[in-house]
Design a protein around this ligand. Structure first.
Ligand SMILES: Nc1ncnc2c1ncn2[C@@H]1O[C@H](COP(=O)(O)OP(=O)(O)OP(=O)(O)O)[C@@H](O)[C@H]1O
Length: 177
């Protein structure tokens, strides 16, 4: 059985069918790229897997468990959005801590995990900055830290694969893949 199983997935917006009975299987540890023209439904597919959008039909399972009815924060799926979607009123550290707070982790553990995640994306020292004080690449790395800090079972990168290049040396890169 595949680690991620997407079966018969369909989605329409206002009568416009974007996904038409899609099946995708991904093995554990595998790396899959979704390629297709603009507007073909790549982001929609990822948003449904992450739990930010509800499918009209179809089922999604991770590691044999159907996750369709779980809210996003219980799916253990990290997602880096195309636009990064950082919370502009929060600091870098608060953005990265967000998912851990939802999971009710203790404050001291959150501090440790946020520090580790920011070190991984090479943003130690940027904890108290806000989005408008960061370059585009730095914002992307905060978004990556926010996705990785929850130790996701599945990492979804929407146009953000280049973020991995910024943090991974060649040996790590092969384990990321
Ligand atoms: N919330 C929404 N309401 C209405 N239409 C939507 C919504 N979200 C996406 N769409 C439409 O669904 C289609 C697929 O969008 P999606 O963002 O999944 O495409 P994509 O393949 O990721 O495109 P791109 O490569 O340009 O990012 C598009 O026609 C888009 O306009």
């Amino acid at each position: 059985m595949a680690y991620l199983e997407i079966k018969n997935l369909s989605k329409s917006f206002h009568g416009n069918q974007v996904l038409d009975h899609i099946d995708i299987e991904v093995e554990k540890g595998a790396f899959l790229s979704l390629l297709g023209p603009s507007g073909c439904g790549k982001t929609t597919t990822m948003r449904i897997v992450a739990g930010f959008e509800r499918q009209d039909e179809g089922t999604i399972s991770i590691d044999g468990k159907v996750i369709d009815r779980l809210p996003a924060y219980k799916r253990n799926v990290g997602m880096v959005f195309q636009s990064y979607a950082l919370f502009p009123h929060m600091t870098v550290a608060q953005n990265v801590a967000y998912g851990l707070e939802q999971r009710k982790m203790s404050r001291s553990d959150i501090r440790k995990e946020v520090a580790k995640a920011l070190e991984m994306v090479r943003l130690t020292g940027y904890e108290n900055r806000k989005q408008k004080q960061l370059s585009g690449g730095q914002q992307q790395r905060v978004a990556l830290a926010r996705a990785l800090v929850i130790k996701p079972s599945l990492l979804l990168l929407d146009e953000s694969l280049s973020a991995l290049d910024k943090i991974c040396e060649p040996p790590c890169r092969s384990s990321c893949e």
